[in-house]
Design a protein. Structure first.
Ligand code: FE
Length: 345
């Protein structure tokens, strides 16, 4: 009996000692986000856990391409992407593994998480952004643009500009609209938006805001953080642009403004799974949430966390849609087919 107890104790001691020897204290992070506050975000994690973060920075497409070419030999532990449609794509491509975490389940709303087949979620949203309508205050009345539906209304003919319909931000918005309105109504709406365009789709969200300010078009769509960035810009030209445009959180009387996320999950072949789990949980902590959201002028995914961001405070509170963000990914193939049919480039 005594020998067995000692043996068990030895095995137990080895079992706890071995991983510490075998496992390096590192975390390989593939990140599509890179902001100044990230340095403090990552330094604090290392300080708290002793785990060093090796970062691979690229844009979303670059990270996905790299993961695919590395295959099972990929050293990635955590994959951080922007937009739920991209996270959903990575999930369906099998790039994540589920993470079961009471901390993450308690902190991150279920609507901001990836699929969960009982083993935990495939990914978690850590910040939110709204997709809002901006309009030229000199030419447009707010009442005429306070719903997404009105972007396709004939009264706004020749006034609308957008970035490419196939960009993930728009695919996600249109996927959300499809969830709210159904397929036939969404396709005829998209047809209306194309008919209302002031110019062929081009540029990014910031270019649309500038085009509205210059009068090249009157109405556009943008993610909130691009607006907030211009509102906080040290460049007077940016602030002059912002002063010419009105901002509306669409669909406040109905299903709410479309909200998307930046988020992360554990890589399928993560060599440092425990470190990856710790990092994901860390991202949901009060302190990390504040850094993560503020770095890109976004809102924390954890509702109780408050940030002091003057631009977001100026934009004010709004009613957000409550559908799971993952539907934006699920609907994107159908949305792309609609875009092809209605000629939305
Ligand atoms: Fe962006």
């Amino acid at each position: 009996m005594k020998v067995r107890t000692i043996l068990l104790a030895t095995v137990a001691a080895l079992a706890t000692a071995l991983p510490a020897v075998a496992q390096e204290k590192v975390l390989n992070l593939y990140s599509a986000r890179h902001y100044q506050t990230d340095e403090a975000l990552y330094a604090n994690f290392t300080k708290a856990t002793g785990i060093t973060i090796n970062r691979v920075d690229a844009d979303d497409a670059g990270i996905l391409a790299r993961l695919k070419s590395e295959g099972t030999a990929s050293p990635a532990d955590v994959i951080l992407l922007v937009d739920a449609a991209r996270l959903w794509r990575a999930e369906t491509d099998g790039l994540f593994q589920p993470v079961k975490s009471a901390v993450l389940e308690q902190r991150i709303p279920a609507t901001l998480r990836g699929a969960d087949a009982g083993q935990g979620s495939q990914w978690f949203g850590f910040s939110t952004r709204g997709r809002v309508i901006v309009y030229n205050k000199a030419g447009i009345k707010k009442d005429d643009v306070d719903t997404y539906e009105e972007l396709g209304d004939p009264k706004n003919k020749g006034k609308v500009c957008t970035r490419s319909g196939s960009h993930p931000y728009n695919l996600s918005l249109f996927g959300a609209v499809m969830q709210h309105l159904g397929e036939p109504a969404t396709e005829s709406w998209l047809k209306g938006v194309v008919a209302n365009m002031a110019r062929a789709p081009k540029g990014g969200d910031t270019d649309q805001i500038k085009a509205v300010a210059s009068g090249e078009c009157q109405i556009a769509i943008t993610n909130t953080y691009y607006l907030a960035r211009m509102m906080r810009s040290a460049n007077p030209d940016d602030r002059a642009v912002v002063e010419k445009v009105g901002v509306v959180f669409p669909n406040q009387a109905t299903w709410g403004t479309h909200v998307n996320i930046a988020g992360a999950g554990m890589a399928k072949n993560a060599p440092h799974r425990e470190a990856a789990r710790q990092f994901l949980e860390y991202l949901s902590s009060d302190q990390a949430q504040a850094y993560f959201a503020d770095g890109n002028n976004e809102w924390p995914a954890v509702a109780s966390v408050r940030t002091a961001n003057p631009a977001l405070e100026a934009l004010g509170k709004f009613k957000a849609e409550t559908i799971p963000v993952a539907v934006t990914g699920m609907n994107q193939t159908k949305v792309q087919q609609m875009l092809d049919r209605v000629g939305y480039k």
